[in-house]
Design a binder for this molecule. Structure first.
Ligand code: S3P
Length: 426
């Protein structure tokens, strides 16, 4: 199991990059939605990380032709075909949950599996609503745990009200609705990331959004292919935002990032903490895209308990900023953290304590009292965002983080960028 030692950085840095990893959510969707198009989808800057490459391999196994010249990925489908192989989503909850929606109505029998972590994550949140509209899905623990088996079936129109603000559940249901036998509605308690709605609408699907309710009319024909350049992932960019925010006198410019409001809430939280942040909009294709500049300034504690799904993936590294801020910060209403790639409430709490920070754990979050981060040996628990968060903490005090291969699931060039601002020993 590989580990990294990161050196502390005491002097200011100024760092500008256009090489932040491409957006993971959008890349998964590019692979999957191409299966619904009537021609070749052309995708620039597809995320070449383990999670999204697994989705691309699955799409190929489902009969799509994928031509990759190393720069542009072209995907053409002749409709979803049964695969004689098991479909391996690796570490990706997004991959597994969205494929459930896509395959629920496809002709054939499909098996979805994943790695040891994914096989422990809850799938009932998608299998249960999909079963309620006629899908034939099953798995261990009454359909909750992978491997999952799917036998394509005809799906009934639905009006579904979800108790959780989850873009994965919403997207699975929207994909199912596209082939249901009538108009469907999906209501969520809080708006979750909306890439699915934006991209499918851009492809010509009849989808309308009114507040928290999405109305989907079934497809009457195949959709137009995607022509897209995937923007940089704000969740990956945010590691470098925090790196600048905790290093006196520093500044970063992160280029080509999506400004989708459901994705940049963590930057707004860091701004509330005192960091100076500016946004320079450059284009608007499916999503608003531009450059974000973050300048260090003294940080103060905040409370985060609203629009949690808009910054759920960034909470681990935001907690590092909280550990460097003055006062006691609180994260609440964030019980979803417990079912991510690791139980991110307990993994953040344990690791912050190992770094000498005072933390109180709650069922739905934790409180972090800003103090002095001290060098420690911590584990990633197989979770890419825990690994990168504590590596960023190492900029303050030095850190050794073990089991770091998981970083390849979302941000394969993380160390190339990091080594431009500190010494990294792999
Ligand atoms: C994602 C949705 C979120 C997020 C995940 C990616 C997506 O999960 O945490 O990293 O691409 O739809 P939930 O839907 O479980 O909130």
């Amino acid at each position: 199991m590989s580990l990294v030692k990161v050196a502390p950085r005491s002097t200011a840095f100024s760092f500008k990059t256009d090489a932040i990893a491409a957006d993971k959510s959008i890349s998964h969707r590019c692979a999957m939605f191409s299966m619904l198009a009537n021609g070749e989808s052309v995708v620039e800057n597809f995320l070449r990380a383990e999670d999204t490459m697994n989705s691309l391999r699955i799409v190929e196994k489902l009969g799509a032709t994928v031509v990759d010249d190393g720069k542009t990925i072209r995907i053409s489908s002749k409709g979803i075909q049964e695969s004689e192989d098991i479909l391996d989503c690796g570490n990706s909850g997004t991959g597994m949950r969205l494929f459930c929606g896509l395959l629920a109505s496809a002709e054939g029998h499909f098996i979805l599996t994943g790695d040891e972590y994914l096989k422990r994550r809850p799938m009932k949140r998608v299998t249960s609503p999909l079963r309620s509209i006629g899908a034939k899905l099953d798995g261990r623990n009454e359909g909750d745990l992978a491997p999952l088996s799917i036998r394509g079936a005809s799906l009934k129109a639905f009006d579904y009200e979800s108790k959780i603000a989850s873009a994965q559940v919403k997207s699975a249901m929207i994909l199912a609705a596209l082939r249901a036998d009538g108009t469907c509605t999906y209501k969520e308690p809080e708006l979750s990331r909306d890439h699915t709605e934006r991209m499918l609408k851009g492809m010509g699907a009849d989808i309308s959004v009114d507040g928290l309710t999405t109305t989907i009319k079934p497809m009457t024909a195949l959709l137009s292919p995607l022509k897209i350049r995937v923007p940089a992932d704000p969740s990956s960019a945010f590691f470098f935002a925090v790196a600048a925010a905790i290093t006196p006198g520093s500044e970063v410019v992160l280029e080509g990032v999506t400004f989708n409001p459901t994705r940049i809430e963590a930057f707004k939280a860091l701004e509330r903490m005192g960091a100076e942040i500016s946004y320079d909009l450059k284009e608007d294709v499916y999503e608003p895209i531009g450059n974000i500049t973050i300048k260090q300034a003294p940080l103060k504690a905040i409370r985060v308990d609203d629009n949690i799904s808009w910054l759920i993936d960034e909470l681990p590294v935001l907690s590092i900023a909280m550990a460097c801020a003055e006062g006691r910060s609180v994260i609440a209403n964030a019980e979803e953290l417990r079912v991510k790639e690791s139980d991110r409430i307990s993994t953040v709490v344990d690791n912050l304590k190992a770094c000498g920070i005072e933390v109180e754990e709650f069922e739905d979050g934790y409180a972090v009292t800003g103090g002095t981060l001290t060098s420690a040996k911590v584990d990633s628990f197989g979770d890419h965002r825990i690994a990168m968060s504590f590596i960023i903490a190492g900029l303050r005090c030095g850190m050794e983080v073990s089991d770091i291969d998981c970083i390849n699931t979302s941000f394969p060039n993380f160390f190339t960028l990091l080594s431009q601002i500190t010494d990294v020993e792999l």
